[in-house]
Design a protein around this ligand. Structure first.
Ligand code: NI
Length: 272
């Protein structure tokens, strides 16, 4: 038995909010545990803007304070994203934390202005508080018109505009599962239970040669209150990752830009 990591309280709280945004993930979690599997998180992911008030440096602070260290840096050119991942080396079961930020200067004036406007509305003391990562949308009721307009440029920007700061996804470690120990088995298990997978470029992204395979569910659809009324839009998704040992026999711990590009599209199936 390993003792719970000091960050466990953070993850419990993030998980609670995450299951509210997408109740399906709790049903998936329960399906695993009902078959006797123990669910360990491979990583959790956040989305944000690269504005220095809310960027990766800011969102990573509570994790750094609880012992996490920077382990990897990534650029997703097509999606105009920069990302870092952090690990708690003191606990084998502690999830990696993956935080990406949208490179705003590579977008239109409209997207840049919208991001700035919402960030301007965040109370100043929240920006320096560890509470920021749980605060969700702190800029009030979004506009559906703005949401739709952001989507034409970046689904990611539109998602952050509506949901703000919360876990975008949790990821089950397939290496930690006893019987459902391949992604094929996990995917078949989920499909048999009626859950929908993200199929952009196949169900499984990455290969054993790349040392990381991932799949994910499609984001749940929830009704969100916009200033123009209620609309059903994608929320969060659940991800599954299987890692392979490298030449030295150590389990690969990073993230692969090419396949993560496709995973980002798990919230992008909704099109007008
Ligand atoms: Ni992920």
């Amino acid at each position: 038995m390993t003792s719970p990591s000091p960050s466990q309280r953070i993850f419990d709280r993030l998980w609670h909010d995450y299951t509210l945004y997408n109740p399906e993930v709790k049903r998936i979690y329960d399906s695993f545990t009902e078959t006797g599997e123990k669910v360990i998180n491979d990583h959790i992911a956040f989305r944000t803007f690269n504005d220095p008030r809310v960027n990766i440096d800011v969102l990573s602070r509570p994790f750094i304070r609880s012992g996490y260290v920077l382990k990897g840096t990534y650029t997703f050119e097509k999606k105009h994203l920069f990302a870092r991942h952090f690990e708690d080396e003191s606990s084998v079961d502690a999830p990696r934390v993956f935080i990406s930020e949208l490179i705003l200067e590579e977008f239109s004036e409209f997207t840049q202005k919208t991001a700035k406007q919402v960030i301007d509305q965040i109370p100043r003391d929240l920006l320096t508080s560890d509470e920021l990562i749980y605060s969700g949308n702190v800029w009030g009721k979004p506009s559906f018109e703005i949401y739709e307009k952001l989507r034409t440029e970046s689904e990611y920007a539109a998602w952050v505009y509506v949901y703000g700061f919360c876990a975008n996804h949790f990821t089950v470690s397939v290496n930690g599962l006893k019987n459902l120990n391949t992604l094929e088995k996990v995917n078949d298990f989920l499909k048999a239970k009626g859950f929908l997978l993200n199929t952009a470029e196949g169900e499984i992204k990455g290969t054993p040669q790349e040392l990381l395979e991932q799949s994910s569910t499609r984001a749940g659809i929830i009704e969100v209150e916009f200033s123009e009324g209620r609309f059903s839009i994608p929320s969060c998704y659940y991800e599954f990752a299987r890692r392979y040992p490298d030449r030295d026999g150590r389990l690969y711990s990073g993230f692969i830009a090419k396949s993560a590009d496709k995973i980002f599209e798990s919230t992008d199936f909704y099109r007008k």
